[in-house]
Design a protein around this ligand. Structure first.
Ligand SMILES: [Mg+2]
Length: 334
C-alpha cells in the first residue's frame, strides 16, 4: 500500500472515531433504561429516550466529547491550562445551554463548580482547577465517583496523541479527573483510548488489552481479569452498567462476541447493535463501543442512513464531526 492510500485509510478511521461514537449514541438513545432488546431486534435511530431526542440526535455522551474535541482542535498542548480551561468552561456552558440529559455524578460536579466560580467575586478561580478539586473531594469523601461519564466522552483524546501512547495515557487521566475523582474511571479511559489510538494508527483490533502496560503495575491483573470476564460473558451480563468497569465490560463484550471481517456490510453496525442489546445505559455503552469499532473500520463502514441522520448539540452533523476529527489529527501532527 502506498503512503497516499494509507493516509486516506487512517483519516477514514480517525473520522470513524467521532462518527462511530455519535452514531452508537444515537442508536442507543431510544432504549436507555427501557426494556432490553432481544438478540433478534435491530436498534433504530428513532429518537425518544430521556431527551426526548429527535431521530438521529445524539445525547450527553457525544455532546461532552465534542467539548473536548473542540478544545483539542484549538490548542497544541491538551494538558496546558488554556486547553483544560476551554474544556471545563465548555462543560459548564453545555450544562446550562445544551444538556438534554446529564449523569448524576457529572451534574453534581458541574453544579458544585458553577457555585464555586460564582462565590469567587474576584473571578480568579479557574474552572478546570475548581472542577478537578471538587471531583477529587467527592471521591475523597467516599461518594460514588466511578460512573461511566468520563469513559463515554474520552475518545477524541486518542486523536490528539496518535504518535505517543504514554502521553495519551497522561492526558486521559487529567481529563477523566475533571469530573471523576476515582482512578478506576481514569484507568478505563486509558485502556479504551489506547485501543482506539492503535486502531486508528494501523487498523488493529487488539482492543483494550494493548493498554494494560500503561496502568500502574498493581492494577494490571485486576483489569486483565475484567477484560477476560467481558470476553467470557455476553454483553447483557454487564447490565446495570452505570459503573465504569461494567460499562467498559459491556462495550468490550459486545465487540468480542460479534466477530466481523473486512468485507462484512455490518462490520460497524453489528457490534454496536450488540452494545445496545446489553441494555440499561444503552446509549453510553453503544457510544463507547462505537468509538472503537469506528476507529477500527472507519467512517466508510458506518451505514449511510446513520450518517445522514446523526446530529446534535451544538449543531454538528456527520460532515462536521468528520471535519473536527481531521482537524485534531492535523493539529497534533498525527
Ligand atoms: Mg447519553
Amino acid at each position: 500500500m502506498n503512503t497516499l492510500e494509507s493516509n486516506h485509510d487512517r483519516d477514514d478511521r480517525a473520522a470513524g472515531v467521532l462518527l462511530g461514537a455519535a452514531c452508537g449514541d444515537a442508536l442507543g438513545v431510544p432504549y436507555e433504561f427501557a426494556a432490553r432488546l432481544s438478540e433478534e431486534e435491530v436498534p433504530a435511530m428513532v429518537g425518544g429516550g430521556l431527551g426526548p431526542y429527535a431521530p438521529g440526535e445524539y445525547s450527553d455522551d457525544t455532546q461532552m466529547a465534542v467539548c473536548i474535541a473542540e478544545s483539542l482542535r484549538d490548542h497544541d498542548d491538551p494538558r496546558s491550562g488554556p486547553a483544560l480551561e476551554q474544556t471545563a468552561r465548555a462543560f459548564l456552558t453545555w450544562r446550562r445551554d445544551g444538556a438534554t440529559d446529564i449523569g448524576a455524578q457529572t451534574a453534581r460536579v458541574l453544579g458544585d463548580t458553577e457555585r464555586a466560580l460564582a462565590d469567587d467575586g474576584a473571578g480568579e478561580t479557574g474552572a478546570a482547577e475548581a472542577m478537578t478539586r471538587l471531583s477529587a473531594r467527592m471521591f475523597g469523601a467516599g461518594e460514588r465517583s466511578a460512573g461511566n461519564g468520563s469513559l463515554m466522552r474520552t475518545a477524541p483524546l486518542a486523536l490528539a496523541h496518535l504518535d505517543d501512547r504514554h502521553q495519551l495515557a497522561e492526558t486521559v487521566r487529567v481529563y477523566s479527573l475533571l469530573t471523576h475523582g476515582d482512578p478506576l474511571a481514569a484507568q478505563a479511559c486509558v485502556l479504551w483510548c489506547e485501543a482506539i489510538r492503535q486502531a486508528v494508527v494501523d487498523g488493529s483490533d487488539e482492543g483494550p488489552r494493548s493498554g494494560l502496560d500503561l496502568l500502574e503495575s498493581h492494577d494490571r491483573d485486576t483489569w486483565a481479569g475484567h477484560l477476560a470476564e467481558a470476553e467470557d460473558s455476553p454483553p447483557r451480563a454487564f447490565a446495570p452498567n452505570g459503573f465504569v468497569v461494567r460499562a467498559l465490560q459491556a462495550a468490550w463484550s459486545a465487540i468480542a462476541h460479534t466477530p466481523v471481517e473486512a468485507g462484512d456490510r455490518n462490520r460497524y453496525a453489528a457490534p454496536v447493535w450488540a452494545a445496545v442489546r446489553a441494555g440499561d445505559d444503552t446509549d453510553t455503552v453503544a457510544a463507547i463501543a462505537g468509538a472503537l469499532v469506528g476507529a477500527r473500520w472507519g467512517r466508510s463502514a458506518v451505514p449511510e442512513e446513520y450518517l445522514a441522520a446523526v446530529h446534535g448539540w451544538p449543531g454538528y452533523q456527520a460532515d462536521g464531526l468528520a471535519k473536527l476529527a481531521g482537524e485534531i489529527v492535523r493539529r497534533h501532527g498525527g
